[in-house]
Design a protein around this ligand. Structure first.
Ligand code: ADP
Ligand code: MG
Length: 275
């Protein structure tokens, strides 16, 4: 049996580490022998690029095809868009056509749940489906949040980003009240931490104080490391680019926490099921 857990990686601010986290969490879970599908859900196509598919705009089969099919005919063949990456997990790429889909959605009846319907068709094949969101709280991100069981919020260790976290948490609350009551915050992930500066430390502490009582702040934050940026430029996860560096270890810790949490949820569910 697979977990079938969908996790959106979201923050409306750009450059906070969403794509880096999506790619490396997928790789980390894959190293733990989990079946993983990464959905690139940003018209920039950065997840695909970070995995070496640099000509994203030339790709014919992307998440946009599946969404358009779902809009037009209420069914879709998502499997035909899957790329098996060298990292061992599956990827559905995106490119600028996804921006057209976002515009089209405004005229669609079930505009907020098209991605959810698309993902239902393959959920049973995977332990984890990770969605790399675009930096906005627009209709694509709303689709991601309506499809997800939980959200990981990468938050760069600086004040502005901590402020954006607050707006996102508000949006998540609205989604819970509306179409996705079971949506959870998997955790806030502090990224690009510069441990050498007291500001870096202070901000991690601030995020912990501000949100830690209500939400989980992952105990391992992600350090700022050149190897992490280099690995994306080389089209690889940091685990395969520099497996021994502490950036790789930090993402492996994140994968471990996420995996154990999913396992606990499944066991809890089994215990409460009627026999
Ligand atoms: P987002 O998807 O939120 O826009 P990215 O994951 O693309 O953010 O990260 C923005 C930039 O920062 C990229 O160039 C990426 O390589 C770099 N980066 C991300 N995480 C780290 C890190 N921990 N250390 C150093 N550079 C990082
Ligand atoms: Mg990104």
């Amino acid at each position: 049996m697979t977990y079938g857990k969908v996790i959106a990686v979201a923050n409306q601010k750009g450059g906070v580490g969403k794509t880096t986290t999506s790619v490396n969490l997928s790789a980390g879970l894959s190293l733990r022998k989990k079946k993983v599908l990464l959905i690139d859900f940003d018209p920039q196509g950065d997840s695909a690029k970070a995995l070496g598919y640099i000509e994203a705009n030339r790709m014919k089969q992307t998440i946009s095809n599946a969404m358009l099919e779902m809009i037009v005919s209420d069914e879709c063949d998502l499997r035909s868009c899957i790329i098996t990456t060298a990292e061992g997990f599956d990827l559905i790429p995106a490119n600028e056509k996804l921006a057209n889909i976002e515009a089209t959605l405004s005229n669609v009846d079930q505009k907020e749940t098209v991605l959810k319907d698309v993902l239902e068709t393959v959920k049973g094949d995977y332990d984890f489906i990770i969605i790399d969101c675009k930096p906005s709280l627009g209709m694509l991100t709303i689709n991601a949040l309506n499809s997800a069981d939980s959200v990981i919020i990468p938050s760069q260790a600086e004040f502005l980003s901590a402020n954006g976290t607050y707006q996102l948490l508000n949006r998540i609350q609205k989604i819970k009240e509306d179409k996705n009551p079971n949506l959870k915050v998997e955790g806030i992930l502090v990224t690009m931490v510069d441990e050498r500066t007291s500001l870096g430390k202070a901000i991690k502490g601030q995020i912990q104080n501000q949100y830690g009582k209500v939400f989980k702040v992952f105990s391992h934050s992600i350090p700022r490391r050149v190897t992490i940026a280099e690995s994306s430029a080389a089209g690889k996860s940091v685990m395969s680019y520099a497996p021994k560096c502490d950036g790789a270890k930090a993402y492996q810790e994140l994968a471990r926490e996420v995996d154990l949490c999913a396992k606990r949820e499944i066991n809890k569910h089994k215990d409460t099921e009627p026999r």
